[in-house]
Design a binder for this molecule. Structure first.
Ligand code: PLP
Length: 478
């Protein structure tokens, strides 16, 4: 009984994996996102943990088949869902390589080249931000951890000593600001940082769903007058529901005026820095003290890949460094051990997939992806605007479109119920996937172009499905 499989079995399993991935990737342009609604229920898996193993090829073939047959296929061209992309094939290969080599990115000694590749990838991203001052950053498990890390640095910068002495020693109530539309990872981070979720002041948005700078300034003044101590503003570049981008220049100016740390949650939208043409969308991002960008959103990486960057590299160590006798001393003068500048300790190499994709396809592939997806979303928004049944519910800025039925209901509850019924009808066959959400408290239907495989014909097919669903709802209502 050994985990060490013989070479013949290893190769047979490897070929099976490559063949499975190859036919899976080939199927994605036409694949339904999920099974039809009547076939979706899965019985619970009740078998006990196996004491003895079974034939590797049989088990592996079974799980490959079942995961695909019963899967929810985020990479499919017909997935117009949340911010989860089709992964590049080079990224998939990188993931397999990383799993096999298992470099320990906690320390440079145990991952010399891997740490250098990670540092280079961070540098490539930071250079696209346009920072002329020194910067540094780390890969994270995603936007949640990156936002947490940005807020932790903001707190450590605002309250020197807080990492050692804790919040209780401060004698003041730290507070920070984000828009009403900002992601709920900020609430989570506030709770976990010990400042409490109520420390997050959510400010009103304008009709473009951007944080209103005047409302934000009033909130800051009110808090100061009330004896609380503001320490950060979180601007969002690409809100989850509608893709709105806060006025980064105005928020940077406010942050400077009040001596606050500006964190930009660009989990999705900061990827626009990869495009020369569309970089203007995140104009002012270089004014941030820290930035979240998630390659596992617009940059077509598989989970997990987030990045937190800061233009105050010393704050990474001041926030995360800790001494331990057992870590091997760093042999490198060029890189800091990642356990000293990150919320994680043992670290997977989440950077190789982006590095390899950039080496093979180049930045211009992202320039093109961003351009194409913006055009597709614009075309869909035009279709909505010209439609007899639908209307836009928010400006389309990124490849996210919020829309609603023109005559959905007399009350907000009725509208939400009609949208829910419409969504059920649209997604029943399993072919397409779109979602619904609330913006400024109102029910809206949401679609986004996120798979690099989505083309015009997929949008036309979604439009036909939406029209068929409206007509079927109208028939049922009669
Ligand atoms: C704007 C924004 N910030 C943060 C997050 C959290 O990112 P993750 O899911 O990678 O942890 C999301 C997730 O969708 C998001 O949309």
């Amino acid at each position: 009984m050994n985990f060490d499989l013989d070479a013949k079995t290893r190769r047979a399993l490897g070929h099976k994996l490559i063949d499975t991935l190859d036919s899976y990737f080939a199927s994605l342009p036409e694949r339904a996102v999920q099974l039809p609604v009547e076939q979706r229920s899965l019985p619970p898996l009740t078998e006990a943990m196996p004491e003895l193993g079974a034939d590797a090829q049989v088990v592996f073939e079974d799980v490959c088949r079942e995961l695909i047959e019963h899967g929810f296929h985020v990479p499919a061209a017909n997935y117009f869902g949340l911010m989860n992309p089709a992964p590049t094939y080079m990224a998939v290969l990188a993931e397999a390589l990383v799993a096999a080599l298992n470099p320990q990115l906690a320390s440079v000694v145990r991952s010399p080249l891997a740490s250098s590749i990670e540092a280079q990838t961070v540098r490539w991203i930071g250079e696209r931000v346009g920072w002329e001052r020194p910067f540094n950053g780390t890969f994270t498990s995603g936007g949640n951890e990156a936002n947490f890390s940005g807020l932790a640095m903001a707190l450590a910068a605002g309250f020197p000593g807080v990492m050692e002495e804790g919040i209780a020693a401060l004698g003041v109530r730290p507070v920070f600001y984000a828009s009403a539309e900002a992601h709920h990872s900020l609430d989570k981070s506030a709770g976990l940082l010990g400042i409490g979720r109520q420390a997050l002041r959510r400010v009103a948005v304008n009709p473009a769903l951007q944080a209103d700078p005047d409302a934000l300034e009033s909130a800051i003044r009110e808090d100061i007058a009330g004896g609380r101590q503001p320490f950060a503003i979180v601007a969002t570049a690409g809100t989850t529901s509608s893709g709105a981008i806060d006025d980064l220049t105005a928020l940077a100016e406010l942050a400077r005026r009040y001596g606050l740390w500006l964190h930009v949650d660009g989990s999705y939208g900061a990827a626009a820095i990869f495009s020369d043409r569309h970089r203007y969308l995140v104009q002012g991002i270089e004014g941030a003290d820290s930035i979240t960008i998630d390659p596992h959103k617009w940059l077509a990486m598989p989970f997990a890949a987030g990045v937190v960057l800061t233009s105050h590299p010393e704050m990474l160590e001041q926030t995360f460094d800790v001494a331990t006798p057992y870590m091997p001393p760093s042999a490198s003068m060029t890189h800091t051990d990642y356990f000293r500048i990150s919320a994680q300790w043992s670290r997977r190499m989440n950077s190789l997939k982006l590095w390899l994709t950039l080496r093979v396809h180049g930045r211009l592939a992202y320039e093109e992806l961003i351009e194409r997806q913006l055009q597709l979303a614009r075309a869909f928004a035009d279709w909505v605007e010209q439609s007899e049944y639908f209307e836009l519910a928010a400006p389309q800025v990124l490849p996210v479109v919020n829309f609603r039925l023109k005559h959905a209901g007399r009350t907000p509850e009725e509208t939400a119920a009609t949208h829910a019924a419409l969504l059920e009808a649209v997604t029943a066959s399993g072919r397409h996937w779109i979602s619904r959400t609330r913006i400024a408290g109102q029910s809206v239907i949401r679609m986004m172009v996120i798979s690099y495989l989505s083309e015009e014909r997929h949008l036309h097919s979604l439009e036909d499905t939406l029209l068929a669903a409206v007509q079927s709802l109208a028939r049922t209502a009669k």
